[in-house]
Write a protein that binds this ligand. Structure first.
Ligand SMILES: Nc1nc2c(ncn2[C@@H]2O[C@H](COP(=O)(O)OP(=O)(O)OP(=O)(O)O)[C@@H](O)[C@H]2O)c(=O)[nH]1
Ligand SMILES: [Mg+2]
Length: 471
């Protein structure tokens, strides 16, 4: 272990302890991490959760809302001055304004503090006065968790593994051609390095769009203000036997190490290590629609993501956590409003199986876990229509691109999740017995009654699992 790492770990620990002690003495704080791969539904989830905690008529399964223990909920300045604030007002305006639309992609970390004034009810009601519980919600890209795997790999290992994994993918053909035409022993030439990085990024972007999940390094897709900097100007290369000083390979190795040190490590040290409760959002329907390879790839990505929650396995991460761990993890399949509710148990079963490996790891680390199918913002209504002499359970909504209203039947998910995950593991190109489609629906214009938040599916159950015990 490097000395600098130990010192960092200690000072981090000291400030964490300071915060929890003062927090416990005065006002309890729950730090809720919300993550998921890009487009999983993080922004919509946080916006709708906060709106529904402020206006609780649609939250019957959140006990503290149903029994009236939550008196008020209001936004406050967040505790971290250097993190961007989650732009709740704009996102809510997009979703619930007169011309509803989905919020823009966010792609970076942000934070929001919601404070809840809670008065205990029942037997202890008279004994305890009201107290304030702060809910600090931190939105961060799931891709950043995938980067944890890089911490234990050298540039040579990472390159070899990445090149082997992408070799069979037609999407990677251009990058692979460029890579094999490049001499890693040649002296570093910046335009060559940039071309490699740009081509590799183009591959990652295409892979992400095709539904693949293993698109690391995470910041290549979400560069923010690091765009164009040397820490993002590297790419996997075949390792030469003994690359000379100043060679392209050596410089790429140096940049890869800088990426780990300057980008990955600060995120885990400053943000990840402070999370108490975590929700991992998964667009399982999107992956099913994209096909078996996307499902298998998502399963592998989930396993990697979840290894971050089993710190015992990772000495590097353990030093930042100092025994602290995430207490609860919810795996939520999002956008369940694409399915009639009769199919929700099947989606949940798929979700459970998808994170099966990952889930047992998290259980092992002592965190309590659950899987659910949810829709943070319900954009459809259910209907049953006649079909071929029988009936079909459909959802109706307004199609995102044409603006037309349509009834939609996405296909029957199998009762046994292995009917999907089996062919996915076996590397099938397409589903054998069915086709699953997803349509994009636009959010519907809302007329909310006083006290009502936006319509959702099981957001109240998700909230009960994540924070109910602390209210
Ligand atoms: N029907 C439906 N669609 C949803 C729901 N939540 C998210 N979506 C769709 O998924 C898209 C992505 O949702 P976001 O909340 O922006 O996802 P994100 O994870 O924040 O995405 P990035 O910021 O790009 O990482 C939206 O634009 C919607 O099309 C939902 O509850 N119901
Ligand atoms: Mg977002």
């Amino acid at each position: 272990m490097i000395i600098g790492d130990i010192a960092d770990g200690l000072s981090r620990g000291a400030s964490t302890i300071g915060q929890t002690v003062s927090g416990a003495l005065f006002e309890p704080t729950i730090r809720l991490g919300v993550t998921g791969l890009s487009r999983a539904g993080k922004t919509v989830f946080i916006t709708s959760l906060v709106a529904n905690l402020m206006n609780r008529a649609r939250m019957p399964q959140l006990v503290a809302a149903a029994d009236g223990a939550i008196r008020t909920a209001y936004l406050q300045p967040q505790p971290d001055d250097t993190l961007p604030r989650f732009d709740y007002e704009s996102h809510l305006g997009a979703l619930t304004g007169p011309n509803p639309h989905w919020p823009d992609s966010t792609r970076a970390i942000s934070e929001l503090r919601l404070s809840l004034r809670v008065q205990p009810t029942g037997m202890i009601a008279g004994l305890r006065g009201p107290r304030t519980v702060h809910l600090d919600i931190v939105d961060y890209p799931g891709e950043w968790l995938l980067d944890l795997a890089l911490m234990e790999k050298s540039y040579g290992q990472w390159s070899a593994e990445t090149l082997a994994r992408i070799a069979p993918r037609p999407l990677a053909a251009e990058y692979l051609a460029l890579e094999s035409a490049t001499d890693p022993n040649a002296r570093l030439d910046e335009p060559v390095a940039r071309r490699l990085a740009a081509q590799f990024t183009a591959y990652l972007t295409a892979a992400r769009e095709a539904g693949f999940s293993d698109c690391t390094p995470g910041r290549f897709l979400l560069p923010g203000d690091l765009a164009g900097s040397p820490v993002l100007t590297f790419a996997p290369l075949t390792q030469p036997d003994s690359p000379p000083r100043g060679a392209l390979w050596r410089e790429m190795e140096r940049r890869y190490d800088a990426y780990k040190r300057e980008v990955v490590k600060p995120f885990f040290r400053d943000h990840f290590s402070r999370i108490d409760r975590q929700v991992v959002l998964v667009d399982a329907l999107g992956a099913i629609h994209a096909g078996p390879q996307a499902v298998e790839d998502m399963r592998l990505a989930m396993t990697d993501i979840l290894s971050a929650f089993r710190p015992g396995r990772n000495a590097w991460l353990t030093q930042f956590l100092l025994g602290k761990r995430v207490e609860k993890i919810l795996f939520a399949a999002t956008k369940a409003d694409h399915l009639h509710h009769l199919q929700h148990p099947r989606l949940t079963a798929i979700m459970q199986a998808l994170v099966g490996d990952a889930k047992s790891r998290a259980d092992f680390a002592g965190a309590q876990t659950a899987a659910m199918s949810i829709a943070a913002l319900r954009a459809t209504t259910e209907d049953t229509v006649p079909h071929n002499g029988g009936t079909l359970n459909v959802v109706r909504g307004e199609l995102l691109h044409s603006g037309k209203r349509a009834a939609f039947y996405p296909g029957d998910l199998p009762e046994d999740p292995m009917h999907l995950l089996g062919p996915a593991r076996d590397g099938h190109e397409r589903w054998l017995d069915g086709d699953y489609s997803v349509m994009s629906f636009a959010p519907q214009p809302l007329t909310l009654k006083p006290g009502e938040g936006p319509p959702h599916i099981r957001l109240d159950r998700a909230a009960q699992f994540l924070i109910g015990d602390r209210l």
